[in-house]
Design a protein around this ligand. Structure first.
Ligand code: BG6
Length: 490
């Protein structure tokens, strides 16, 4: 990203400016872009939240967070001169006139309103922005996920936001789309002639998408307990990854060309509801265990004393896409908190060769697998069968052609938010979700949530530091397959 030119002057307003996302991701992302000289010196970043604090105290908090992230004190101080704070309550009138005045000081600036708040506040904030005329001209609004809690609330939000901002001004963020390796999937699929002829049900046996985390819910319990893994990870991040793997080649990278293709995939997902959810989905909740060598509490203990919860912290499911390209090819999705490692990976497993010419003594033939490692150690591996070197007869080995981004390019990958925030300033919506995509994703997720609720069953317990409930293993093994463990040899 270092070669990109600076953007036009802008004001970035972060609603939820004292929240976890602002402190951990948004402000550090802007700081890194600042270090690369991409933030014009008259641009302003404004944190907004209910807390009655001021510029100086806000800058202190941010400084601490940036120093913990390894920033340089002097550079941080220079960056923070561009950062301000205003206390505001989206539900009350006070403070909005002053806020509008502050924004009005730089009328020629691009204005980005980033709503990093609970979705219930989106309507209130947009209405206030509209009432003060702040939706006019070069204004953009960014909606952080989750957009709603289900199909009905997502529709409601889309409608309310659309009363104030045009679709062209509305950026629904899914930060997985800003990850370098996710975009690399586009380059890999559509920049190489090699894959497309094989990219279909005739040659692909199945696809696995795993997003595992070692962290528990920590301080986010009150948000997470109303959400759960399906709403928090699957409805958005994992479905977007699935779309990037499964979509037809778009005619170009024009925003709507790509989003049209993703939408078709979402609309073709087979319905999972109370008739088949028990066979196709597994939900789990972690209990106390060990993570990265330390003992850790269970989910319920993390929520706090006296709490009960049926919220899932783990989901595994088998999705299918009902179209010509993918008929009969399962997409196994798996995500959870407090799993053994932090890993995001897409595995495309190809079919076995139609006939083996090798003796049993040569060993077994394994499937070719294309593994896209999103994080950590971003890279691409293609597993091939070769002959074990040496004179000892023909013995088969399964080895990877292995490309690590760090080794190949020697640069660390920019955080997804760095790219996406500047894409908003530039007005480029390619890597953002259109409202119909969000709606289609909820349309698929809603019946699953309803089936779980109707079953009355609690999520299956799993010990922290393990790969979820054993039923998740059974889910894939029933089909004669196993979850990929990407060891260096097989
Ligand atoms: C967020 C979820 O959208 O993504 C979190 O709300 C999750 O629960 C996070 O931890 C994972 O993002 P990343 O980039 O760390 O894989």
């Amino acid at each position: 990203m270092t070669a990109s030119p600076p953007v036009d002057s802008f004001d970035l307003v972060i609603f939820g400016g004292t929240g976890d996302l602002a402190l951990r991701k948004l402000i550090p992302a802007m700081y890194h872009r600042f270090l690369d000289g991409q933030i014009p010196s008259d641009s302003r970043i404004l944190g907004v939240a209910r807390e009655a604090t001021d510029d100086a105290a806000y800058r202190d908090t941010l400084k601490k967070a940036l120093l913990e992230g390894g920033g340089n004190k002097q550079q941080i101080d220079t960056f923070l001169k561009q950062v301000h704070y205003r206390p505001l309550d989206a539900r009350k009138d006070e403070g909005w006139n002053e806020f509008a005045q502050f924004i009005g000081e730089q009328p020629e600036h691009i204005r980005v309103f980033y709503l990093s708040t609970s979705p219930e506040l989106f309507t209130h904030i947009c209405n206030r922005l509209g009432a003060h005329g702040l939706n006019k001209g070069k204004s953009r609004v960014v909606l952080e996920k989750p957009i709603g809690h289900d199909l009905a609330s997502a529709n409601e939000i889309n409608k309310d936001v659309a009363r104030v901002f045009d679709e062209s001004q509305t950026f629904r963020i899914d930060h997985y789309l800003g990850k370098e390796t996710v975009q690399n999937l586009l380059a890999l699929r559509f920049g190489n002639a090699l894959f497309e002829p094989l990219w279909n049900a005739e040659h692909i046996d199945h696809v696995q998408i795993t997003v595992s985390e070692t962290l528990g819910v920590g301080r986010r319990g009150s948000y997470y307990d109303h959400s759960g893994a399906l709403r928090d990870m699957v409805q958005n991040h994992m479905l977007q990854l699935l779309c990037m793997v499964a979509m037809e080649p778009p005619a170009s990278l024009a925003p709507n060309a790509m989003r049209d293709e993703k939408l078709k995939v979402l609309n073709a997902l087979k319905r999972i509801d109370s008739t088949n959810a028990a066979q196709l989905t597994v939900r789990g909740q972690y209990r106390a265990g060990a993570s990265e060598g330390k003992s850790v509490p269970g989910y319920i203990e993390e929520l706090g004393e006296g709490k009960k919860s049926n919220t899932e912290t783990f989901v595994a499911l088998k999705a299918e896409i009902a179209n010509w390209r993918w008929a009969g090819v399962p997409f196994y999705l798996r995500t959870g908190k407090r799993l053994p490692s932090r890993l995001s990976e897409i595995v495309v497993a190809f079919k076995h060769v139609p006939h083996s010419i090798f003796d049993a003594s040569a060993g077994t033939l394994a499937q070719n697998r294309l593994v896209l490692r999103l994080q950590p150690d971003e890279g691409v591996k293609l597993w091939l069968t070769i002959k074990h070197p040496g004179p000892g007869g023909l013995r088969l080995r399964h080895v990877p052609l292995d490309m690590s981004f760090a080794e190949a390019f020697g640069v660390s990958q920019p955080d997804a938010y760095e790219r996406l925030l500047l894409d908003v300033v530039r007005g480029n919506p390619t890597l953002f979700m259109r409202s119909d995509e969000v709606v289609a994703a909820w349309r698929w997720a809603d019946p699953i949530l309803a089936a779980w609720a109707a079953s009355g069953e609690a999520p299956r317990p799993y010990q922290a530091g393990t790969w979820g409930p054993s039923a998740a293993v059974a889910l894939i093994e029933r089909d004669g397959r196993t979850w990929s463990e990407d060891s260096d040899d097989e």
